[in-house]
Design a binder for this molecule. Structure first.
Ligand code: NAD
Ligand code: TDX
Length: 340
């Protein structure tokens, strides 16, 4: 750490009505009272303004718009100190069914944002995923580090990898003041019902059977979304410009273990689920080595008890049926056409 601290006052959070972006907006509002947040969000099927409803309008403004809209992005960026870029098409299964919006939003959208940041000399933080590194074998002792070569598998992860590459090139060629974080699988409130944990929890609440892909042995490295937010804040304010930081909380678990934990926590038999068609190209295992982030920035996760984090997440979905209900039917209909 070189001791320099960046103290932004006006930040743009793209995708701030999605799962992780909205949790970050809550994190900033709760922890940094001198920061104003402009959320730029297109409100796709995955964006819900309810995620940030009730926050002080003096602290959080919602601008509904597309990150590919260069004129709009320029108007917003010219009066901001920093852009924290979460907006994306984020779901692997959707990217397999229809990759076009992934290329547009994830690649062209990132290009539009970094061009505006370059023009106006604005600090940029790029939120990315561990999926850019491809996958690891179940018996491989290795974890991903900042030096792992890029080897994305899906249309989603390849567009995220492309966006990371744009940012790296803009840093080197134009001196863009950027950082990148690549995080593992997040869980917590406001996650769309298409994703693994919310889908299984809401299936059970809705009287449907949970659905497990393939042999269920795929491993994901789970982190509470609040810990992801604190990591992004640490990197934005204290990270070294031009650097990449991996974010993870030592949370490796197989899908079948997570599903059985959900079933037990919800009072069901742990075999009360359906095996369904595997995802094409399904990554086997993700695992993050977060040593750089911990050593350089002193970041530590605080929500390290996965069982209690899962129980809180289940309770949130139990208590917020009106939030997830509108998306449930269409999501399951889409999965049914895919045999999943
Ligand atoms: P999400 O799908 O829940 O939310 C995405 C948000 O972006 C939505 O509010 C949507 O309306 C908005 N959006 C989409 N296209 C847009 C466009 N063209 N212009 C403006 N807004 C647009 O996604 P998430 O799971 O919250 O992921 C957020 C970011 O974090 C993504 O960049 C993703 O790659 C990254 N990430 C996610 C995870 C995870 O576990 N979900 C892990 C690591 C990194
Ligand atoms: O019904 C399901 N059954 C199932 O077995 C669903 C929806 C998923 N799965 C499996 C597939 C994965 O192995 O569960 C695991 C997690 O699936 P997702 O929630 O779709 O997440 P994943 O594909 O791992 O990607 C997530 O983490 C990295 C996010 O969606 C990405 O945006 C992020 O980059």
């Amino acid at each position: 750490m070189d001791g320099n601290v960046f103290e932004p006052r006006n930040i743009i959070v793209t995708g701030g009505c999605g799962f992780i972006g909205s949790n970050f907006v809550h994190y900033v509002v709760n922890n940094h009272p001198d920061v104003h947040v402009t959320v730029l969000d297109k409100l796709t099927y995955a964006g819900n303004p309810e995620n940030i409803a009730g926050l002080d309008p003096g602290r959080v403004e919602l601008v509904v718009g597309d990150i590919c809209d260069a004129a709009l992005v320029d108007r917003l960026v010219c009066r901001a100190d920093a852009v924290v870029h979460y907006a994306a098409e984020s779901h692997n299964d959707n990217s397999i069914a229809d990759p076009a919006p992934f290329v547009r939003t994830n690649v062209e959208g990132t290009f539009t944002l970094i061009e505006a940041c370059r023009r106006h000399g604005v600090r940029y933080h790029h939120v990315s995923t561990d999926e850019v590194y491809g996958d690891l074998a179940l018996d491989d002792p290795a974890r991903f580090t900042e030096e792992t070569p890029y080897r994305p598998s899906s249309p989603y992860s390849s567009t995220k990898a492309a966006s990371d590459m744009l940012v790296r090139a803009w840093v080197r060629t134009y001196g863009l003041a950027a950082t990148i974080s690549n995080c593992s699988n997040n869980y917590g409130p406001y996650q769309h019902v298409e994703k693994f944990i919310p889908r299984q929890v809401t299936n059970i609440l809705d009287g449907r059977r949970p659905k497990l892909y393939g042999d269920g042995r795929n491993v994901r490295d789970w982190i509470n979304t609040d810990d992801h937010s604190s990591a992004v804040w640490a990197i934005l304010t204290r990270g070294r410009i031009g650097e990449t930081y991996l974010v993870g909380a030592d949370g490796e678990r197989s899908n079948i273990d997570v599903l059985r934990a959900i079933l037990r926590a919800m009072g069901r038999d742990e075999d009360d689920f359906d095996w369904v068609r595997d995802r094409p190209g399904h990554d086997r295992r993700y695992a993050i080595d977060p040593t750089k982030l911990r050593r350089e920035l002193g970041w530590e996760p605080t929500h390290t008890d996965f069982a209690s984090g899962l129980e809180q997440t289940i309770a949130w979905y139990r208590d917020h049926e009106s939030w997830w209900r509108p998306a449930k039917e269409a999501t399951e209909k889409k999965y049914a056409t895919q045999g999943q």
